[in-house]
Every structure is written in C-alpha cells, then in structure tokens.
Design a protein around this ligand. Structure first.
Ligand code: UTP
Length: 297
C-alpha cells in the first residue's frame, strides 16, 4: 500500500432550491433516507475509506449539521433513563474523536469549486477526498463503499480521480461529462483515463455519456487552479474547470464504481433511495414489499 488519504471535504453550502419548501430552514443534507440523514451516510462512507479528518464547508442555515455530529446530553440522558440501549448506542456510535471535525463557512454559494477552495487552509499540500452527500451511493451487497473503491484504485495511480457512471444521452446537460481515453477493469469497477471534461454539455456536444458523480480525490495542484477564481458554467466556480486544467500535469482517471447511485438532490432520486434502502432493511422490507405490491395507484 502506498499513500493514504486522511482528510475529506463535505461541501454542504448549496441552497437546495429543488427541495423547497423542505429546505427553507432545514439543510438538504439532513433529509433522511429511512432514518439516517444523507450527510451521515457520506461521513460513514468516508470513515470506511480510512478518512479520519472531516471538513464540512457549510453555509447559511446549516447549523443542524453541526448539532447532528455533536453530543446531545439531553437525548442521551433520557435514553439512558429509559433503558433504550439501541438508541443510545446509535447516537454514541456516530461521535467522532474530539478535534477531528471542522466547519468552515462558505460565505456565498459561488459554486462547488469555491466551496472546496474555502477548505484550503485545512489541506496542507496533501491529497484530499470530496464527497457530495446528496449523491448517495449504495454499496452492492457485501461490497465496499464508493470512496473505498476509489482510494484503492488511486493508490496505484495517484493524481486526480472522480467517480463516474454512464447516463442517458439526454441527461448530459445535468453533469460534468468526460472525454474518455483508455479503459481497464479493476476488482470492483472500471478505470478510464480522463482526456478532457465539459461541464453540462447539451447532448449534441457531449464527448461521451460518462458523467461525474459526487466523489473526488484531488491532488494539491487543483487548489492552485481554484485559487484563480475563474467562473465557468452558470457563473459559478466549477471544480471541473480546475480539474480540466490539471490534465497533462498529473494522472487523471474516472472510476466507474460498483454500487447504485441515487441523486438525492432530486425528488425522484430521494424517493427511490428511501424505497431501496428500506427494502434492504430486515425490519422494514417484508411489510414495505407487501404494501408496494398491493398499493392502489
Ligand atoms: P447542487 O448543484 O445540487 O446545488 O450542488 P444545491 O444548491 O445544493 O441544490 P439545488 O440545485 O439548488 O436544489 C451540488 C453540491 O455542491 C454543494 C451542494 O451542497 C451540493 O452538495 N455546493 C454547491 C456547495 O457546497 N456550495 C455551492 O456554492 C454550490
């Protein structure tokens, strides 16, 4: 095993306008899939991949995320008094080592690249993972999480890496799309050399159907590019633009992972994720399946 990645950035500064009014006073990342908020799935995926330092880039109205990862002595005391061991263990198990969680405020939602750049002082010239909590990636049964798969692939290759999946042609304008080079299989996916990147191209202009989804491993040179603060698609500072400018300087691969990705920033993806995760839960699956089969739509 070569280098390791110990830090992850969780950009949670977006406005979540597609989920209004639910997100008027509640962060999108706190929306629950069954009984766990999206952000907790992302943090658990990062921890599984070896991450020990968790950096949240937050914005206005995101205080619930900080509270979620803090002790709630009131809830813990009540659960203890009532002998609710399962609940107590669940809230205690998610606590991180003191000092391993940091919060930085993105003062304006100027784009994903800008959010990542806001975390720069916590990243000392080292590679870092980035996870977007609203892209929920469910591992295959018994399989590793997406970030763990990527870290293992990255340890052989270095440079920059993004998670990717094929999307229908008509959806390319919702994603960063890859100009692919050589591809080869790994134990749990396919690595494809990234020759170019286009942010949200119309289907007719898209170089492929290979789309970036919300997992990244970034080498330090990306932060030098972000520093230039150049605005791209939608007038926002895009991470894809900085990644594209590193092509030719460092290796750059996309990793088509094993697992199922749910776009929980959209209502349909959020509903699908809830049903899929509930159907994988022994305490819910049978009753939900019975109801789904009999439901009068
Ligand atoms: P989205 O494109 O989904 O934007 O951001 P959004 O504002 O969260 O949601 P909608 O489109 O208004 O419904 C993709 C990811 O980048 C983060 C978001 O939190 C989300 O995880 N992001 C985006 C930031 O952290 N800061 C930004 O300025 C923009």
């Amino acid at each position: 095993m070569s280098a390791t990645i110990t830090k992850a950035i969780f950009p949670v500064g977006g406005l979540g306008t597609r989920f209004l009014p639910a997100t008027k006073s509640m962060p999108k990342e706190m929306l629950p899939i069954v009984d766990k908020p999206l952000i907790q799935y992302a943090v658990e995926e990062a921890a599984e991949a070896g991450i020990t330092e968790f950096i949240f880039v937050t914005g206005r109205g995101k205080a619930a995320i900080e509270d979620h990862f803090d002790h709630s002595t009131e809830i813990e005391d009540i659960l203890k008094q009532r002998g609710k061991e399962n609940g107590l263990n669940a809230v205690r198990a998610m606590m991180k080592t003191p000092g391993s969680v940091a919060y930085i405020r993105q003062q304006e939602p100027a784009g994903l690249g800008h959010a990542i750049w806001c975390a720069r002082h916590y990243i000392n010239n080292e590679p870092v993972a980035v996870l977007l909590a609203d892209d929920l990636i469910k591992p295959a049964t018994g399989g590793n999480g997406c970030l763990k798969q990527m870290v293992e692939a990255w340890q052989d290759r270095g440079g920059n890496m993004v998670a990717a999946m094929e999307v229908p042609k008509q959806q390319t304008s919702s994603y960063g799309i890859i100009t692919p080079g050589a591809s080869f299989g790994t134990s749990d996916g396919t690595l494809t050399e990234v020759k170019g990147l286009v942010e949200k191209p119309e289907p007719a202009d898209a170089p492929s159907r290979l789309a970036i989804v919300g997992r990244y491993i970034l080498e330090p040179g990306v932060f030098d590019e972000l520093e230039k603060m150049e605005r791209g698609a939608g007038g926002e500072i895009q991470i894809t633009d900085s990644l594209a400018r590193r092509i030719g300087h460092v290796p750059f691969f996309s990793h088509q992972f094993t697992g199922t990705r749910f776009d929980c920033g959209s209502k349909l993806g959020f509903l699908q994720a809830n049903i899929s995760y509930a159907l994988s839960r022994p305490d819910l699956a049978a009753d939900l399946e019975t109801w789904l089969k009999g439901v009068d739509l």
